[in-house]
Design a protein around this ligand. Structure first.
Ligand code: HEC
Ligand code: HEC
Length: 349
């Protein structure tokens, strides 16, 4: 069998699909959905001080040094084979289905090419990829983004609204109950502890050199474009199945999403991308490519106040966000009012 490296540089459109399907259908994950590659060591240094006016959620809620020291992750969620039978099991399975196949299983609430699992890898199991079990044991919690105590269901609503560029299912909707049940089951036996090891993404130390667009572009062309496309739009099969999710543009997460913050994106990319070869980029490369990715246009922030600079002031007034800043002669976020949400009329394959 080819190594991941050989596959990655094999080239050609067919190879891309083979890689995607191969990785997706078990090339990277074993039969219990556990990643075969060990997650990379988290940097021992303290995470950068967050500016928590923007983003989802503010790093301050997650960057607890105790959970980020690279100590081995003790908690492992139960294997799929242990899912309970009966009606509760059915709802848990439904939650898993929504999580890994969101546009098909919850089309009324999704506005882009992404799935929950696009950013929470391995069906929400993988430590350092913002796993669901760690999230479940961390709510209710005060969030500066909402300036209130947020329940787990409300936290789920946020990812629909921003990361999925969709609409939040109402509290108590069957979709939220199913996702909550799946998260609860994954957390079986975990301590109630918002500092549980493996939560979020391991924070990266600030870059040695200020993150740079041109260097980021070079990293992107070399290590990302093969899957995510030269234009960042990802790749769909003819029937519409998004084999590779969009990183920017109209089919990606919107400006209010956590991934839109450069520090979150850098931390996610360092720990999880390129898919199948996590931890192979240097910290500097991760920062550069995160800046590059987030220096492109994407759907409007749903919290838009009527003008870009006001919205920047209210929600993005930080070096960590490119919203409202000028790149190549264009102000990012200047696409006007948010487009009215249009639910997918039919579920996608
Ligand atoms: C574009 C990427 C992306 C997508 C798609 C996405 N999320 Fe998230 N999600 C994030 C980021 C970034 C965070 C905050 C990251 C962190 O933990 O530092 C987050 C946080 C969360 C949290 C809280 C984690 C914690 O430990 O506090 C939950 C729960 C969650 N997401 C659920 C979902 C669900 C359910 C979906 C699908 C409906 C989804 N996400 C889709 C990027 C995404
Ligand atoms: C081998 C193909 C492949 C390569 C190369 C790759 N990715 Fe990904 N990437 C994926 C897939 C597939 C997903 C969705 C994960 C899933 O569904 O399990 C993903 C998800 C993501 C996401 C979260 C979802 C989204 O659309 O925002 C980001 C951000 C991302 N990749 C960035 C990068 C960056 C930056 C690079 C280069 C350093 C890169 N990827 C290289 C396949 C790839």
């Amino acid at each position: 069998m080819m190594t991941a490296q050989q596959r990655l540089y094999g080239g050609g459109a067919l190879a891309v699909l083979v890689i995607g399907v191969g990785l997706y259908a078990g090339g990277v994950f074993d039969q219990f959905g556990t990643l075969k590659h060990a997650p990379p060591e988290a940097p021992a240094s303290a995470p950068p001080a967050p500016n928590d006016l923007a983003g989802d959620p503010p790093r301050a809620e997650l960057a607890a040094p105790a959970a980020k020291t690279g100590a081995s992750v003790a908690f492992r969620p139960p294997p799929e084979s242990e899912m309970p039978a009966g009606e509760f099991g059915d709802v848990i399975r439904r939650g898993r289905e929504i999580f890994i196949d969101t546009p098909r299983a919850a089309p009324a609430y999704v506005g882009n090419s992404l799935r929950c699992v696009s950013c929470h890898l391995d069906a929400g199991r993988l430590a350092d990829s913002s796993p669901l079990w760690a999230a479940f044991v961390s709510y209710p919690a005060y969030r500066s983004k909402t300036k209130s105590v947020t329940t787990f269901q409300q936290r789920l609503q946020g990812c629909f609204e921003y990361s999925m560029n969709g609409r939040a299912p109402p509290l108590g909707a069957p979709e939220l109950v199913a996702l909550e049940s799946y998260a609860y089951w994954l957390a079986s036996g975990a301590p109630l502890d918002p500092k549980i090891a493996g939560r979020g993404y391991p924070a990266l130390a600030p870059p040695a050199q200020t993150a740079d667009f041109a260097r980021g572009e070079a990293v992107y062309v070399q290590t990302c474009a093969l899957c995510h496309g030269a234009d960042g739009a990802g790749q769909r099969t003819q029937s519409g199945y998004a084999v590779f999710p969009a990183l920017w543009g109209s089919d990606s997460f919107n400006w209010g999403a956590g991934m839109g913050r450069i520090s979150n994106a850098a931390a996610f990319v360092k720990a999880n991308m390129p898919l199948g070869l996590p931890g192979t980029l240097s910290d500097q490369q991760a920062w550069d490519v995160a800046l590059y990715m987030n220096s492109h246009e994407r759907p409007q922030d749903p919290r838009y106040t009527g003008n870009v600079q006001g919205t920047r002031q209210g929600f993005h007034d930080t070096e960590d966000s490119m919203y409202g800043r000028e790149v190549a002669g264009k102000v990012l976020g200047a696409s006007g009012a948010p487009k009215a949400f249009k639910a997918l009329t039919k579920s996608r394959p």
